[in-house]
Design a protein around this ligand. Structure first.
Ligand code: NI
Length: 172
């Protein structure tokens, strides 16, 4: 199993929508394995394929119940509101309280192409929204309010990426 290098804020692939997966084969399974290794090495709670330079609609996550892979995910329903201190492996060391729906229903496929449907609440719901955003080319910076966003861009311009500062939480 190999570990990928995680793409950081500024990489154009993070701003592009990924392509639907149409072939469910051994290379897709290997991609998922290597993404899981990369996520654990980071360490992170979730990882989207375009964070490792692969433009495919795939993400992996582990919220403490073992690793899972979701292919071609879409959020089909969302409910409520929840504020959570959210970070991202592609914007390392920075966290912001971000409001998003509390509960979402995710539809997608497993590595064999079988349809799956998962209800995610709180952290799991947050991971699903964050990773689907990645696959749509959206970074968490776009989920900040205007003041947070100005501060974030100032910080990103003036510091060397990769040096953690401030409070720490799960990176998705
Ligand atoms: Ni992220």
């Amino acid at each position: 199993m190999a570990s990928y290098e995680i793409r950081i804020f500024g990489d154009p692939g993070l701003r592009q929508r990924t392509a639907d997966v149409t072939t469910f084969d051994g290379s897709l399974a290997r991609l998922a394995e290597d993404m899981i290794t990369t996520m654990y090495d980071a360490p992170g709670t979730g990882l989207a394929a375009n964070q490792v330079g692969v433009r495919k609609r795939v993400f992996v996550y582990d919220v403490g119940e073992g690793p899972r892979t979701i292919v071609n995910p879409e959020i089909v329903e969302s409910r409520g509101e929840w504020t959570f201190e959210e970070g991202c492996l592609s914007v390392p060391g920075l966290y912001w309280p971000i409001v998003r729906p509390k509960e979402v229903h995710l539809r997608g496929q497993d590595l064999d192409g079988e349809e799956i449907f998962i209800e995610g609440d709180e952290l799991l719901g947050r991971v699903f929204q964050h990773e689907v955003d990645h696959l749509d080319g959206v970074l968490l910076l776009e989920r900040l309010d205007e003041d947070q966003r100005k501060g974030a861009l100032r910080t990103l311009r003036t510091r060397t990426l990769g040096l953690p500062d401030g409070p720490t939480g799960p990176e998705l």
